[in-house]
Design a protein around this ligand. Sequence first.
Ligand code: FCB
Length: 502
Amino acid sequence: MPSNGEGTRTDMTTSLEPTTDGTPGSGGALTFPDGFVWGSATASYQIEGAVAEDGRTPSIWDTFSHTPGKVQDGDDGDVADDHYHRFAEDIALMKSLGLTSYRFSIAWPRITPQVDADSLGPVNEAGIAFYSRLIDELTAAGISPAATLYHWDLPQALEDAGGWTNRATAYRFAEYAALVTERLGDKLAMVITLNEPWCSAYLGYASGVHAPGRTEPVAALTAVHHLNLAHGLAVSAIRTAAPQLPVALTLNLAAVRPNSTSPADVDAARRVDGLQNRVFLGPTLDGAYPADVLADTAGVTDWSFVQDGDTELIHQPIDALGLNYYSPTLVAAYDGSGERPHADGHAGGAATPWIACEGVAFLDQPGPKTDMGWPIDPRGMTELLVRLHTEHPGLDLYVTENGAAFPDVLSPEGTVEDPLRSIYVGQHLAAVHEAIQAGAPVRGYYLWSLMDNFEWAYGYSKRFGIVYVDYATQARTVKASGSWYAGVIAANAVTAEAAARA
Ligand code: FCB
């Protein structure tokens, strides 16, 4: 897998100096609303390890990571951060940072390890017990638990029957959602159905850089629909199982920008906005697939996998939308000359995740980038939050992920100095604050990630944590950014001091 961030950090410190126009560094603190949720986020396969313990069966990520050539350095999640055994220690760390909430995900293969396309199979009490202990420990520490039901670790048996291309997967997911929330719902602060279905569908089934590693455009669009269906069915099931529990959906929406105001560039942006954003927002929040997306992809599929009544099943009221934001996307019309630029942040696969986008160029963006090669531009987050508020007034919003990978080093003194991460987070918190000032009801922010972990196809080569993990010893060290974030939380503000340091 590529490491496309090399050599891109020149001048980052100077180019990221805080500005003096009201964002951090101007001397004034940016205070957040009372009760603003300060969290961090992780996902089961990225941190838990213990893949064969207490009845867990393989997920598609076990299979994929053990397939040679799929993950950088041959890494896998067998041990990861060993969080399954160290969760109490990790929660103590969260408490020391002052987090008021923690977003984690539940591994489906721990809950119903014998699931297949026809039936959920028996509940694995040991799996329920693990998450029950985790939640109780969080609650005892004063940290509100927000659980994601699906952060990509689909039971392998379901993939063997077609995975997200099989409609039955959506129905099994809804049953699993009902089971989890029936058993644990009264102890949760929020449940999130899916994390980033864009990645599940397009990276899993079109470009193949994520599990299950398929490269079939029709399968990817089929997966899009079945993920949307799974979400809608799950929301209904959760309403019955745990009527009081707030339900959300987390999307990685893109701030898509055309490279110019030319009609061709603007149309390229419309097309990408459709495939990344509106193909999920449309059915889940408005009850219909956007006509232009159906037209754009008509040469690939007639969407006959959408059955009568499906859009009604998908269109269930939710309590909040979670936005995962890392960087914006810059596109232009591609005229066919030269190699098509594909700086979409998801490079590395032999195939493209962008279906019916042969006429779109994904342009490299000048300026600072993180170790992922992702451009740093917090304005995109403000734009998206304000857009969501404008298009769906009254819908609570959360930033359910935001953060940055940098090549952190543990010093001989046992410290990790990562000023670029504090700068990144400070600037993005200023962007959240700006959206709130503009009226967007942003209720909380979850920093990705609590600790360094298995970064999917990049293995352990990318460090996103505010806590450093020494994978040889599993020792945790709070990075300078972690202490900085603790200060923000304590002040409920990006303080003048912290901003100046940013
Ligand atoms: C998001 C994923 C999360 C993590 C971050 C860096 O797309 O939801 O698991 O990998 O990117």
